[in-house]
Design a protein around this ligand. Structure first.
Ligand code: M6R
Length: 627
């Protein structure tokens, strides 16, 4: 078959193996897929293996379509199963392109995440040898090659090693075969894969969310490794078949955190989880004397004292967390700090030396652009500290140290609680560096930590005011464009508010530094244009507060409808606003933790009022595992 190639991009993968033939493999896999849909939801499929061979069902569309198909065509009891939920990077999501892909003789089935870059060459080679393809995917090439290798070796792990050696690009592959019903084999290069360890059963997942409901014992896999799970064993080799050690870790996520818990959507639930996300990220990181201790920072203190520049690399919401961090770190530590989109950093000639500290921020720990930025920086001798939410993820593993955020599993595609946890963790990092380098006195660090301890309760207060924000959002559901203005740390908050609205409600939204307004963007203001303004505390720098009031006047004079996020007690703003969304008083540098919350609630409510799927917005996947 010719035509546009459909490649598997950021996909969710689960593999299961147990002793007896039962319905458990299928139910484990389907439950995992419901959890993994944030990685892609263009199509889904499952394959189960029993003594009689492979049995599969796959369907374009969201998981509900696969569930309906399974109800119509139930699969038999089995001892192992593999499932896949897909986000395609090219071409249309069709039944034929959905995973798993079976070899033409039905001997093996393969699911895949990533891009096999030499698929064209391999496809041509297979076509010359008489192969017939039934999909447009690069994955099917792997299925053909694997079946040939399996017939040659009679052993699926050996066959997988042979195939993995021939593939270029990034891939996680899981495979099952007829005649080996108690075995699932995986291979990984660059794309993620972790092992879940059960009792008399084992799991493979594209991330720990795949099996967190079943076990919290896990194994990290390295680059270019093949893993074979049976009900009672896990063996890991390199692509040449040589045994290698895998590292054990414990997943400290609570499985119940990955269910909606009475909320209509994951996003609403995760907004409500935010006080806990901040609290848990702060937990256990202060010694008895109020001294900050970050035991996991396995970078020597002398090196941290010697760094002369910090570059934060991240994408999307995580990059906005980095922008907030820049203000705090420069203020507390006096270390020049840059924030750069990971994909931009990677492909320019950034000045990175052994005295540069890279801070890579990522919820998933699997964002390919950020992974590549980390690798690039380390190649140049820089140390990398990862601020990551997902244990066992690639960025955590490949960095010099990981400072974990404790937001728990974030399922909604739009990031909320991870953002607050990222900001919190970078504050801790900044305070730690300030403590270490002596740019703050111990009592100053303690004072900020004590303010930070109060933020979960403040976030809760904002959440409790959600009804008014939701009513505002409903009333604005026909709005076509919304602008967001902020200054200082309010600027990244404005950009994040705009991103939330774009990705959830498909509305044109832009965040501007309020001071930039007169340099162009003010031309956008017309009669009735809604403008959110994030107003800094009047108790902070007066100039900042007063300047933004002038900016509000400027847009109002041109017809804007101003919706102002302001601190309780800031009476001065009321005459400048059509509507004030009050947030509790918070020191300026920490204010993003509370100021962004009304904007998240607004975007979520407006998208819901439009009848949109807030957990799975169109065209997106949560974890962008291709460049
Ligand atoms: O997993 P990461 O934090 O690395 O993801 C980075 C971005 O892809 C992510 O924040 C994205 O912008 C979200 N959809 C925002 O809601």
């Amino acid at each position: 078959m010719t035509g546009a190639v459909t490649v598997a991009g950021m996909c969710g993968i689960i593999g299961y193996v147990g002793h007896t033939e039962s319905t458990r493999p299928l139910s484990v896999v389907m439950e995992a897929l419901s959890r993994l849909q944030y990685r892609g939801y263009d199509s889904a499929g499952v394959v189960v293996v029993n003594q009689s061979g492979l049995h599969h069902v796959k369907k374009a569309g969201k998981l509900a379509a696969l569930e309906a198909e399974l109800a119509a065509r139930p699969l038999p009891a089995a001892s192992s199963a593999v499932g896949h939920t897909r986000w395609a990077t090219h071409g249309g999501p069709t039944d034929a392109n959905a995973h798993p892909h079976l070899s033409p003789d039905g001997a093996v089935a393969v699911v895949h995440n990533g891009i096999i870059e030499n698929h064209d060459l391999l496809r041509q080679e297979l076509l010359n040898a008489g192969a017939v393809f039934s999909s447009q995917t690069d994955t099917e090439v792997a299925a053909h090659l694997l079946a040939r290798a399996y017939h040659q070796t009679g052993d699926l792990p050996d066959a997988m090693c042979l195939v993995a050696q021939r593939l270029e690009g990034a891939f996680t592959l899981l495979a099952v075969a007829t005649g080996q019903p108690h075995l699932v084999v995986g291979a990984r290069r660059t794309s993620p894969l972790v092992v879940g360890l059960g009792e008399g059963e084992n799991f493979l997942g594209s991330d720990v969310a795949a099996f967190v409901a079943q076990t919290n014992r896990a194994l990290e896999l390295g680059q270019d490794q093949v893993v074979t799970i049976t009900p009672d064993s896990v063996s890991v080799t390199d692509f040449a078949g040589q045994p290698v050690e895998a590292k054990h870790f414990t997943v400290d996520w609570d499985a119940s955190a990955a269910v909606k818990g009475g909320f209509a959507t994951f996003m609403e639930k995760e907004i409500h989880d935010q006080p806990d996300a901040v609290r848990d990220t702060l937990l256990g990181r202060t010694g008895p004397q109020g001294h900050l201790k970050l035991d996991e920072l396995r970078v020597s203190e002398s090196l941290l004292r010697s760094i002369d520049k910090i570059i934060v690399v991240a994408c999307g919401t995580a990059a906005y967390a980095g922008h907030v961090a820049k203000y705090a770190i420069e203020h507390w530590c006096r270390i020049p700090t840059e924030v750069e989109l990971a994909h931009e950093f990677r492909y320019r000639d950034a000045i990175v030396t052994e005295k540069t500290l890279i801070v890579a921020i990522s919820q998933s720990g699997e964002t390919m652009d950020t992974i590549q930025a980390v690798r690039h920086a380390r190649e140049q001798g820089a140390k990398v500290i990862a601020v990551v939410n997902t244990m066992g993820s690639t960025i955590a593993r490949e960095s010099d140290a990981a400072l974990y955020t404790h937001a728990g599993p974030e399922v909604a595609v739009a990031s909320t609680k991870a953002f607050l946890a990222q900001i919190t963790a970078t504050y801790l990092l900044g305070l730690y560096l300030a403590q270490l380098r002596g740019t703050m006195f111990a009592d100053e660090v303690r004072a900020v930590l004590s303010e930070l301890d109060q933020t979960p309760a403040k976030i809760q207060t904002v959440i409790e005011s959600e009804d008014g924000i939701k009513a505002l959002a409903s009333a604005m559901k026909e709005t076509k464009s919304v602008l967001f203005l902020g200054r200082h740390v309010g600027f990244p908050v404005a950009m994040e508010g705009a991103l939330k609205l774009k990705e959830l409600a498909y509305i044109h939204a832009e965040g501007f530094a309020a001071g930039e307004l007169k340099h162009g963007p003010i031309a956008l203001i017309d009669q009735g244009q809604p403008v959110f303004v994030v107003v800094p505390s009047p108790r902070g720098r007066d100039a900042l507060h007063d300047k933004i009031l002038s900016n509000i006047e400027e847009v109002r004079a041109r017809g804007a409808v101003t919706l102002v996020v302001a601190e309780e007690g800031d009476i001065a703003v009321t005459e400048f606003a059509e509507r004030v969304l009050w947030v509790p008083q918070t020191p300026t540098l920490l204010a993003p933790l509370v100021a962004v919350v009304p904007l998240q609630i607004f975007a979520c409510a407006l998208a819901s009022a439009k009848g949109l799927d807030v957990d799975q917005p169109r065209n997106l996947a949560k974890s962008v595992t291709v460049e």
